[in-house]
Design a protein around this ligand. Structure first.
Ligand code: ADP
Ligand code: MG
Length: 384
């Protein structure tokens, strides 16, 4: 309809508008899984023109034995990837240009958002046979670095960390939780985080897979492979370029983020510990949604300090950084609610344009464990 066309026209103008850079938003639909097929799932997501996403809910009319369309919605994104899209194509469309920017000395970030099982880790990390954005980005980075800096005067440093239950951990050398602090030049940094110097993409692949086995993925009732952790890969590239006036150093930072499942943790009826963890996961994702809302509304104060995740993502969302978001969805009608929720936030994220300037505003948590749990439960309840 008309609205759809307007969205397209708006989006035609691309990333830069009125001085700010808007987040590029993509949607990736994964294939129906064997389990979903066996359960008789129907597809409720359709992708057209590589950018239109239609979400429809069908119901079986038992009287007539036919499917009736209950409700539907149309969304348009910078690109929408149908279920047969290759890893390479996802990388080329969503991240390749950002990697180029990093080599020019800019900061960039790509993050995957969606419910558990929607395909975030597949998109970000992938498998040895089908490497994902993290690996393809590094491959590309090394290839382009060799062209730009043939004498090999470059350094690529990697760190891989996770935010789990509001604590930050090093995935490359697991140990004590890390403390976050603000650095005037580098933004938020995790003190003591391993910076691994990498020389090739193959080596990175092994490293990342090893790092991923260190992620906290305890089974829950809702989903055996539920991931409650946010994984962040940070790549810093530093190299010298020869210019008329001499040598200059270029420094760029790329952040690749695999967010925890966006489904509601308490809906799975878990016991206290899990609920606290759920509240924390929600607190991080909730803080992310508050930041997105505040950015969209052009608010002066962006509440980055409300969670570890948003503290770490601060320069990806509000700073001098180009950002892409990939929203992952399952095609199954059994995931209708989750998909609707994911598409809602993805749609909202399209509107983020301006840089936010924030003041410190940290939510103080009570020392007492019971009080803390109560507060977290309350925060979660308020945001359901
Ligand atoms: P998440 O990280 O969002 O919880 P995963 O990436 O682990 O989800 O995906 C769940 C399952 O679906 C995995 O077995 C994964 O291999 C498979 N899968 C996800 N996306 C795709 C895809 N685009 N093509 C094929 N299989 C996929
Ligand atoms: Mg995952």
């Amino acid at each position: 309809g008309l609205r759809a066309r307007q969205v397209h026209e708006d989006m035609e103008r691309g990333g830069d508008e009125g001085g700010g850079t808007r987040i590029m938003v993509y949607v990736r639909l994964r294939p129906m899984s064997k389990k979903e097929k066996e359960a008789g799932a129907r597809s409720c997501v359709k992708i057209d023109n590589k950018r239109d996403v239609y979400l429809t809910e069908m119901a079986l009319e038992t009287d007539y034995l036919r499917l009736k369309r209950l409700r539907g919605r149309h969304f348009a994104f910078d690109a929408a990837f149908p279920d047969n899209t290759s890893q390479q194509e996802v990388y080329q469309t969503s991240a390749a240009e950002l990697v180029e920017g990093v080599l020019d000395g800019r900061n960039a970030s790509v993050f995957c958002y969606g419910a558990t099982g929607a395909g975030k880790t597949h998109t970000m990390l992938g498998t040895v046979q089908q490497p994902g954005v993290m690996v393809l980005a590094l491959k590309d980075l090394f290839t382009k670095l060799k062209q730009r800096s043939p004498e090999g005067e470059h350094v690529v440093r990697l760190s891989y960390l996770e935010v789990y239950n509001e604590s930050v951990r090093d995935l490359l050398s697991p140990g004590r939780p890390l403390v976050l602090r603000e650095d005037a030049r580098q933004g938020t940094i995790a003190a003591g985080l391993t910076q691994y110097q990498a020389f090739s993409a193959d080596e990175v692949m092994t490293l990342l897979h090893k790092g991923n086995t260190n992620r906290q993925t305890e089974p829950t009732r809702a989903n055996e492979t539920s991931s409650r952790s946010h994984a962040i890969l940070q790549v810093v590239v530093e190299y010298s370029v020869h210019q008329d006036f001499g040598k200059a150093t270029r420094l760029g930072k790329l952040s690749l983020i695999d967010l925890a499942g966006s489904e509601r943790a308490l809906a799975t009826d878990q016991r206290t510990l899990r609920s606290v963890e759920g509240a924390n996961i929600n607190r991080s994702l909730l803080a992310l949604s508050s930041c997105i809302n505040a950015l969209v509304e052009g608010k002066k104060h962006i509440p980055f300090r409300n969670s570890k995740l948003t503290q770490l993502l601060k320069d990806s969302l509000g700073g001098a950084c180009s950002t892409a978001m990939i929203a992952n969805v399952s095609p199954s009608n059994g995931s209708f609610g989750e998909t609707q929720n994911t598409l809602h936030w993805a749609d909202r994220a399209k509107e983020i344009k301006t840089k936010g300037s924030e003041v410190n505003d940290e939510l103080q948590l009570p020392e007492d464990q019971d009080e803390k749990t109560k507060l977290l439960m309350q925060i979660q309840k308020e945001n359901q």
